[in-house]
Design a protein around this ligand. Structure first.
Ligand SMILES: Cc1cc2nc3c(=O)[nH]c(=O)nc-3n(C[C@H](O)[C@H](O)[C@H](O)COP(=O)(O)OP(=O)(O)OC[C@H]3O[C@@H](n4cnc5c(N)ncnc54)[C@H](O)[C@@H]3O)c2cc1C
Length: 330
């Protein structure tokens, strides 16, 4: 059994976790980074590798996969112990040490930083029964390859950032794009809504999807039945592809088993990113506090704060903070 005790074990290898691991290595801490998927990167790598990000500090435009590759490259300059394809299942305390149980091995650590985002990536699906064969051909909840949409008739369902961003982005490739939203107002960045309004994307609002079926005459297409909100108006559109972006289900059950204090599905943290458990911190999309925004920029800001607080707790004598990274060069 691996009895090494790490200073910090980071659970979740998304942007928050990778950057926390890098920053902890910069502070010369002994770090384990655990990620359930085969590759580090989290949402930008898994959910929107080809989508561009416009609010990443220092970049006017950068794709999801480039963000994760740059974070990984930065981490690999200092290296930490990476446990990939390893899912954390349990968190228990043995004296001052945390015992992290996984599907593979047990890891011991003085402090823990939880950076699991929304947990596993489970999309909110259409709630009515439909032929699941559609998911193999015409209906998707993720964009794996934008080229699949080239010259197609596309309908995007949803009214949040992801739906609006994908409608705009894919509209450059498609023959025609429509967005279906149950309200007249989108829950998306103002600049994105402006861009949508100035684009050729057809806006089908306020409609909900009632049914999806293979088209009777052309099985390569699907008929999407829409019902107008507070009206009996029904309309059927025929498209090649339906991309549903209703968000993701958070997976808070595992956290309840760890006795972490939650607010809704999120971990409640102090200003210093502390949870209710001693030396257990949380950062990124999984946390909540007044004013929390689920953004890359906030995740990156939270990482050094959690690491610094953990360092101060573990090594009270090393309570030194340098604001200039050049001091770490040697
Ligand atoms: C479509 C879309 C577009 C977006 N666009 C932008 C944008 O333009 N700008 C912006 O700032 N933000 C954007 N975001 C939000 C941004 O991606 C998130 O805020 C960010 O990814 C949060 O990082 P995180 O590390 O907290 O979580 P995540 O990226 O979710 O990473 C968490 C990691 O933890 C792993 N994990 C989960 N449970 C376990 C476990 N039990 N054991 C081990 N590992 C585990 C997961 O596999 C995952 O890799 C977008 C999000 C989406 C979905």
């Amino acid at each position: 059994m691996n009895k090494q005790t790490y200073d910090i074990t980071i659970i979740g290898g998304g942007p928050a976790g990778i950057y926390a691991a890098y920053y902890a290595r910069l502070r010369k801490l002994n770090v384990a980074l655990i990620e359930s998927l085969p590759k580090l990167g989290g949402q930008p790598e898994t959910l929107y590798a080809q989508k561009n990000i416009y609010d990443m500090p220092g970049y006017s435009k950068i794709s999801g996969t480039d963000v994760s590759n740059k974070l990984i490259e930065q981490l690999h300059n200092l290296k930490c112990d990476e446990y990939l394809e390893t899912s954390v299942t349990g968190l228990t305390q043995e004296g001052d040490i945390w015992k992290v149980s996984t599907n593979k091995e047990t890891i011991y650590s003085s402090a823990i930083i939880i950076a699991i985002g929304n947990g596993s990536f489970k999309p909110r699906k259409l709630t009515f029964d439909y032929d699941k064969a559609l998911e193999k051909s015409n209906l998707s909840y993720f964009v794996n390859d934008m080229e699949e949409y080239r010259d197609k008739d596309l309908a995007v369902a949803g009214g949040g950032d992801s739906a609006v961003d994908w409608a705009i982005h894919l509209n450059d490739l498609t023959k025609h794009t429509a967005i279906i939203h149950r309200r007249n107002r989108y829950r998306a960045m103002e600049t994105s809504v402006d861009e949508l309004n100035n684009s050729t994307v057809e806006q089908l609002n306020p409609y909900i999807i009632k049914d999806v079926q293979f088209n009777a005459d052309d099985k390569s297409k699907i008929d999407v039945t829409l019902k107008m909100i507070k009206s009996d108006d029904i309309k059927v559109i025929t498209v090649d592809k339906l991309l549903v972006n209703y968000g993701f289900m958070s997976d808070s059950k595992i956290l309840r088993d760890w006795n972490i204090e939650l607010e809704g599905p999120f971990i409640k943290v102090s200003q210093e990113l502390e949870t209710n458990l001693p030396n257990v911190f949380a950062i990124g999309d999984i946390v909540t506090y007044p004013g929390k925004l689920q953004l890359l920029a906030t995740a990156f800001a939270e990482a050094p704060m959690a690491v610094t607080k953990a360092l101060r707790n573990i090594y009270p004598g090393r309570d030194y903070f340098a604001h200039s990274t050049s001091l770490f060069e040697k």
